[in-house]
Design a protein around this ligand. Structure first.
Ligand SMILES: [Zn+2]
Length: 385
C-alpha cells in the first residue's frame, strides 16, 4: 500500500468564494437579528408592539403574547428575507440546488410556521411561569425547556424532519448487512438506517445520526447512495455508528442542559439588573411584561455567539472520535479517504479553510485534516503491526 501522505488539494477560487459568501450571509443574518433586538429595546418600539398586542387581543394576556410573537416573527422574517433569498440564489448559481423557486418558498413558509409554533409555545410557557413564580421562574423554565428539548430530539426524526424531507427505510440488503456486522462487532444495534431523499432539493451529499431511544437512526442521503461505492458508504456508516457508540448525542444534550441552566440564570440576572436601573424606560418594571422579550433573546443570542467556538470545538472533537472509530472498524482507510474527497468535491467544501475559519465557524475538521489524520493513523498501524 502506498503510504506517502496526500498533499493538500488546492481549493478552487470558486469554492473559496462560495464558502466566503455563505459565512458572510450567516454573519449578516446574525447582525440583523442582533440590531433588531437592540433597536426594539432602545427605541421603546417593543412596548408599542406590546400595546398593540393587548389592544388586538382584547387585553387577554396569552392572546397578546401570541400576537406579540407573531408580529416579532414577521418583522424578523421580513428583515431576513432578502438574505434568505440571496442564499437560495447562491445555491442555484453554484449549481448545488435543484429546488425551484416555488418549492423553496413553500419550504420557507413551512419553516416560518414551525418556528412560530415553537416560539409561541415556549414564550407563552416562560411568561406563564414568570407570572406564577417570579422568583424561581428561571429554574422552572429551564426544567421545562429540558423536557421539551428531550422530546424534540426524540421526535425530530419522525415528526420534524419529514416535514421537509422524505425518508424511507434503506432498501439495500448488502449495505444493511454491512451495518449489522459493524454494529455486532461494536456490541451495539442501531435500529434503523434510512434513505434521505435529499436529491429532490440538493445536489450535495450528507449523512447523520439522529433521534433518541426508539427513534435513534442513521440517515444517508440518496445523493450519497447513488454516487459512492459500497466500501465508501460503509466508511460513512462506520463514522455515524461511531457517533452512536461514543454517545455523542447524549453528550451534546448534557452540554445543552448545562449551558441553558447558566443561560436562564444569566437572563434572570440581566433582566432584573436592567429593569432595576431603568435601562429601557418603556419596559414595565414587572418581570412578566413580555415587552422585555427582546432582552431575553439578546442574552441568549450573545451567549450563543460567545460559546460558538467552544461548541464547534466539541463538535470537531466528536467528529475526530467518530472518524477514529470508523478507521478501526473498516478494513482499510482507503474508502474513507476517497469518500472525503468526493464529499468535498460534491458539496463544494473548502478542503483547507484558514485556521481562524476552522476554529470559529466549522463544526467539522477540514477535509484536509480528516484525510491527513486517517493516513497518519494507517501509517502508524502499519509500522506498529
Ligand atoms: Zn460526524
Amino acid at each position: 500500500m502506498d503510504t506517502t501522505p496526500t498533499p493538500p488539494m488546492a481549493d478552487t477560487p470558486e469554492a473559496r468564494r462560495y464558502n466566503r459568501i455563505k459565512r458572510w450571509l450567516g454573519m449578516a443574518d446574525a447582525v440583523i437579528g442582533f440590531l433588531l433586538l437592540v433597536v426594539l429595546l432602545v427605541t421603546g418600539w417593543t412596548a408599542r408592539l406590546r400595546d398593540w398586542s393587548y389592544h388586538l387581543g382584547g387585553q387577554h394576556y396569552f392572546l397578546a403574547i401570541f400576537l406579540y410573537v407573531l408580529m416579532f416573527s414577521l418583522i424578523m422574517k421580513a428583515l431576513g428575507a432578502p438574505l434568505d433569498f440571496y442564499a437560495y440564489r447562491v445555491e442555484r448559481q453554484y449549481d448545488l440546488s435543484n429546488q425551484k423557486l416555488r418549492a423553496w418558498l413553500w419550504d420557507q413558509l413551512k419553516g416560518f410556521v414551525l418556528g412560530l409554533v415553537f416560539s409561541v409555545v415556549f414564550v407563552g410557557l416562560i411568561y406563564g411561569i414568570i407570572r406564577i413564580a417570579p422568583q424561581r421562574w428561571w429554574i422552572i423554565a429551564w426544567a421545562v425547556f429540558v423536557g421539551l428539548f428531550l422530546l424534540l430530539v426524540q421526535l425530530a426524526p419522525v415528526l420534524l424532519f419529514p416535514i421537509f424531507y422524505k425518508i424511507d427505510p434503506l432498501n439495500n440488503d448488502e449495505l444493511r448487512e454491512r451495518l449489522t456486522r459493524l454494529g455486532e462487532r461494536a456490541g451495539t444495534r442501531v435500529r434503523g438506517v434510512y434513505e434521505w431523499k435529499l436529491s429532490e432539493k440538493s445536489k450535495k451529499a450528507n449523512a447523520a445520526l439522529m433521534g433518541m431511544g426508539r427513534t435513534r437512526r442513521i440517515i444517508l442521503a440518496d445523493t450519497l447512495l447513488q454516487n459512492y461505492t459500497d466500501d465508501e458508504i460503509e466508511a460513512v456508516l462506520a463514522h455515524e455508528l461511531g457517533h452512536h457508540v461514543r454517545r455523542h448525542i447524549l453528550v451534546g444534550i448534557l452540554m445543552q442542559v448545562g449551558i441553558t441552566f447558566f443561560g436562564f440564570w444569566l437572563t434572570n440576572q440581566v433582566l432584573r439588573y436592567a429593569l432595576a436601573r431603568d435601562w429601557f424606560p418603556s419596559l414595565d418594571p414587572r418581570l412578566y411584561d413580555f415587552a422585555n422579550l427582546p432582552l431575553i433573546i439578546l442574552v441568549a443570542t450573545v451567549l450563543g455567539f460567545l460559546l460558538m467556538p467552544a461548541m464547534n470545538a466539541l463538535s470537531r472533537r466528536h467528529e475526530r472520535e467518530a472518524d477514529l472509530y470508523a478507521w478501526e472498524n473498516i478494513p482499510t482507510v482507503g474508502p474513507f479517504v476517497s469518500a472525503m474527497q468526493k464529499l468535498a468535491e460534491q458539496n463544494f467544501e473548502e478542503r483547507t479553510p484558514s485556521r481562524f475559519v476552522e476554529w470559529f465557524f466549522e463544526s467539522h475538521p477540514s477535509i484536509h485534516h480528516r484525510i491527513a489524520a486517517a493516513e497518519a493513523w494507517a501509517r502508524n498501524r502499519q509500522s506498529a503491526g
